[in-house]
Design a protein around this ligand. Structure first.
Ligand SMILES: Cc1cc2nc3c(=O)[nH]c(=O)nc-3n(C[C@H](O)[C@H](O)[C@H](O)COP(=O)(O)OP(=O)(O)OC[C@H]3O[C@@H](n4cnc5c(N)ncnc54)[C@H](O)[C@@H]3O)c2cc1C
Length: 437
């Protein structure tokens, strides 16, 4: 009998720092794998505003593994990606998604962040369902992590020890981020479908599609950093906008989301005066306008240190241009749940080895998406989907080796982990087999 078969599964106590999509997904995944999980979130969940978040098939495959019915997240099933001219709204390219479900087994969903967050939170903490309900500790900002003793200290003076610590934000493990300000920044805002109907602004807004305006050098010297991404979410009741512009037009400095309403004039600056009038009218009737200051991060040197790992934006902060930020966080969570499952009990007894495998499985793939997201800042044609369509405009052509839908969706994480574990077991058992000869 090999060592791996002889060693039994050990239930771990897992501390997840950060209760965003990534943290909740990790908690649920580890609950399903049979572990005891505490989630520590620095604030309450009432600040959630959010807007649309894409959930491509490579994300929903894990949600389904954890027993989540994506329909409970009030999705919109996307049928196409449409590239439009900034000034006229004229269509420049369409990536048809109507075959997506047949080809990839799942719909390309557009979700509202709040709906997604709520369903994950409910599933992680529910009394019913496989595994021990996760415990949530709100208003628990993490201060430090002692990597030697696996102890998390909180700003309120308390501390806990765990077998495995997941940093889904708010912790440092010796990574020195290499960050530079992005030449492009963003405001997000929403328009209610009932307002759209009332105002008669229905020309573009009913499409179950992600629609893009701009994103390439335009007429009259308009910069490629002007871009709009519009998508319906919340069962089609909300139309969500990401309004990108050159960074010099914003006063916001702090990375990430600012939870303070911005006036519409903060968005309608510079070349927004040239914008397709239909789209402009929608923006003028928007609400929940908030800045999202963007920085470009190079891939981190490492995601793990002893029994602590990073996950989601904490591990691979990326520009939002591939619509894969949340999905990559879900993939990270999926990997943890597979590696630390009863199928591979050796890792529950050697957490450091399991985390080495986590990094080996996840870092190359997430880094590729992170780099492709940075490239798509410079050219909307680099976005997954658009990389496979023909557009007339030369400036929208993607580079060699750009990210494709096939690459994202053909991937099978269960098989990848199984193949890597087989190599690890073979290497480990080899000396023992030699000794028996
Ligand atoms: C409020 C909010 C709104 C967002 N809205 C959008 C959106 O509209 N569209 C979009 O594409 N993406 C949005 N995002 C980002 C998107 O959700 C993430 O890129 C993605 O889901 C990855 O999630 P994450 O859990 O890794 O990071 P995040 O979603 O950023 O979650 C990190 C969590 O950690 C918590 N945290 C931070 N520091 C500490 C600490 N010291 N101790 C304890 N907890 C801590 C934060 O409060 C947060 O809840 C939003 C993120 C947030 C937090």
């Amino acid at each position: 009998m090999s060592t791996s078969q002889a060693s039994g599964f050990k239930q771990l106590h897992v501390a997840v720092i950060g209760g965003g999509i990534g943290g909740l997904a990790a908690a649920l995944s580890m609950r399903r794998a049979g572990h005891r999980v505490d989630i520590f979130e620095r604030r309450g969940f009432d600040v959630e505003v959010g807007a649309s978040i894409s959930c491509a098939a490579n994300g929903s495959v894990h949600l389904e593994d954890w027993g989540i019915d994506v329909k409970s997240m009030s999705p919109v099933a996307l049928m196409k990606l449409t590239m439009r001219d900034w000034e006229t709204g004229q269509i420049q390219g369409v990536y048809d998604l109507s075959d997506y479900e047949r080809e990839w087994g799942r719909v390309y969903y557009m979700l509202h962040r709040q709906d997604m967050h709520k369903v994950l939170l409910d599933a992680a903490t529910a009394e019913d369902g496989i595994g021990i309900p996760c415990q949530v500790h709100n208003n628990s900002p993490c201060d430090t992590v002692d990597l030697e003793t696996n102890t998390v200290k909180f700003l309120n003076g308390t501390s806990i020890q765990a077998d495995l610590i997941v940093g889904a934000d708010g912790i440092r493990i010796g990574v020195k981020p290499d960050i530079k300000t992005s030449p492009q920044t963003c405001y997000r805002c929403n328009v209610l479908t009932e307002d759209i109907k009332r105002l008669g602004l229905v020309k573009h807004s009913y499409e179950p599609a992600i629609q893009f305006w701009g994103g390439s050098e335009g007429k009259n010297g308009r910069s490629k950093y002007y871009k709009i991404v519009m998508a319906p979410c919340s069962n089609g009741e909300v139309v969500s906008f990401y309004c990108f512009m050159p960074t010099e037009l914003t006063n916001h400095r702090e990375e990430g989301f600012t939870f303070k309403e911005a006036p519409v004039s903060d968005i309608l600056q510079g070349r927004y005066s040239d914008l397709d009038p239909e789209c402009l009218a929608l923006l003028k009737n928007s609400r929940e306008r908030m800045p999202w200051r963007l920085y470009v991060h190079q891939a981190y040197t490492h995601w793990i240190n002893k029994r602590t790992c990073l996950l989601g934006d904490a591990a691979h902060p990326m520009m939002p241009h591939q619509s894969q930020g949340a999905v990559q966080a879900i993939e990270d969570a999926g990997a943890l749940g597979i590696i630390f499952s009863a199928k591979y009990p050796e890792f529950t007894r050697d957490v450091e080895a399991g985390l080495r495998l986590y990094q080996a499985i996840r870092k190359p793939r997430a880094t590729r998406v992170q780099e492709a997201s940075a490239r798509a800042t410079e050219n909307v044609g680099e976005r997954i989907g658009f990389t496979s369509i023909q557009v007339e405009d030369e400036s929208l052509r993607p580079s060699e080796g750009s990210l494709t839908v096939r690459e994202m969706n053909e991937y099978n994480m269960h098989q990848h982990v199984a193949a890597e574990v087989a190599k690890i077991r073979k290497a480990r058992d080899a000396p023992q087999e030699m000794a028996h000869l």
